[in-house]
Design a protein around this ligand. Structure first.
Ligand SMILES: Cc1cc2nc3c(=O)[nH]c(=O)nc-3n(C[C@H](O)[C@H](O)[C@H](O)COP(=O)(O)O)c2cc1C
Length: 399
């Protein structure tokens, strides 16, 4: 009896001194984050965003689909890969520059399309644009933006990539594409992972707890209104019906869109090697491995587990981008090592935007940049071009 009691005490003492306890204690004793520069990692912004947002807006941002399994898998998949750190490599400085469609990027991290940003901050997509400009990165602007592509281009200092939710008729699609071309955009990223529809339960549950009239903070659909009604309040649907995401779309739509425009066409939402091969066959210029941040099909794989088969399928002929669950520089490094050209982030910069506006988005980008540079030095890689599969393992095995 005595020995079992003392063993239990020893075990509790062990737990109390263990790394998990140390981490919990460090988090508890961290002083409140009063400004964006106080944040030590991008996750620090999440609870601040939660506090800053009304429940319906938080629900829209945090939601996955059904039981949020795909959402969780995006994070879990990062843990399936390990780094192979190298020593005494003499790498003192990491060069983060990369090239995409003939354009030099300052770092291989971009802000992905997130709709309705005035839900998160009064300056919405303008604050994101100013932060992207300050951090010299690329902004992918959502079709359901609350600020027009023309105004975002002014704030960004260059036209953003335009994320397309395809209007339901070809006539309206052409109107939208011409407008985006006139604004100076060079890349059209057509999101194809939500054409079948989706079930965003978390968002619906939280919206029911929050009956505030959103018109006081941003323009959105009346409660119970249709998607088309809501879209008509958005600048990119001016003069259009608001109907979008044709459910019957197939690969012939890709051909027709390709013919319609000289913009680079990227497909956002590729989740299999088969579809990546089809994208190549249909002349697409790039693909984004994405499951819409776990907001499209449920019980899917984390995007990092999909990336290798997509990289294999395209065989270096077109760039492969990826998003979903990227929260650390190590995550970004692993994707680049598998063969991604660049990594998109969604929720992390929206947490920053919700908590501190432009300064929050800037800090999120700054942290990820610094973490990526640190990881590159630890793995003895001096430039993005030199990051290869030799730097990582999947479940302990070389790729
Ligand atoms: C609140 C929210 C809104 C989004 N809106 C869009 C959108 O309008 N168009 C789009 O293609 N993707 C949209 N996405 C998906 C993101 O572009 C990206 O694929 C995803 O957020 C990446 O996962 P992460 O949030 O874990 O970084 C949205 C994501 C979130 C969280």
């Amino acid at each position: 009896m005595i020995s079992s009691l003392s063993a239990r005490r020893a075990f509790l003492r062990f737990l109390a001194c263990g790394p998990l306890a140390a981490r919990a204690m460090a988090q508890e004793s961290t002083p409140a984050i009063a400004s964006a520069t106080d944040a030590l990692n991008v996750m620090d912004f999440e609870p601040l965003a939660h506090k800053a947002l009304p429940p319906a807006h938080w629900g829209y941002m945090a939601t996955g689909v059904d039981d949020d399994v795909t959402l969780r898998m995006n994070r879990e998949a990062m843990g399936h890969y390990q780094l192979r750190a190298r020593r005494l490599t003499g790498v003192a400085k990491a060069d983060l520059r990369t090239e995409v469609f003939g354009v030099s990027w300052d770092m291989p991290i971009y802000v992905s399309a997130v709709g309705h940003q005035k839900q998160f901050h009064a300056q919405g997509e303008l604050a994101t644009a100013r932060a992207a400009k300050a951090q010299k990165t690329i902004q992918m602007l959502s079709t359901v933006t609350t600020i027009s592509v023309e105004d975002v281009a002014k704030a960004l200092g260059t036209a953003p990539w335009y994320q397309l939710y395809m209007p339901s008729s070809w006539e309206e699609t052409e109107k939208m594409v011409r407008r985006v071309e006139a604004a100076g955009c060079s890349v059209l990223a057509w999101t194809i992972d939500n054409l079948a529809g989706r079930n965003t339960e978390t968002a619906t549950r939280l919206a029911r707890t929050d009956t505030r009239d959103c018109l006081s903070c941003h323009v959105v659909h009346p409660i119970g209104g249709s998607v088309a009604q809501r879209n008509r309040t958005k600048p990119m649907f001016a003069g259009l019906s608001g109907e979008m995401n044709p459910v019957g779309a197939d690969w012939s739509y890709v051909d027709r869109l390709k013919k319609m425009t000289k913009l680079k066409l990227v497909l956002k939402g590729i989740d299999t090697g088969e579809d990546a091969r089809l994208a190549l066959e249909h002349g697409v210029d790039g693909v984004v491995v994405s499951n819409h941040g776990g907001r499209a099909a449920e019980t899917g794989r984390g995007t990092m587990d999909i990336l290798p088969e997509v990289v294999d399928a395209v065989g270096g002929q077109i760039p492969v981008f990826i998003d979903g669950g990227f929260r650390r520089g190590t995550d970004v490094f692993k994707a680049l090592a598998i063969g991604a050209r660049a990594v998109g982030i969604g929720r992390p910069y929206i947490w920053g935007l919700s908590a501190f506006g432009q300064a929050g988005v800037e800090r999120v980008l700054e942290i990820l940049r610094a973490e990526l540079a640190l990881t590159m030095r630890q793995c003895g890689v001096a430039s993005v071009a030199q990051i290869t599969q030799a730097s990582i393992l999947k479940n302990g095995v070389k790729l």
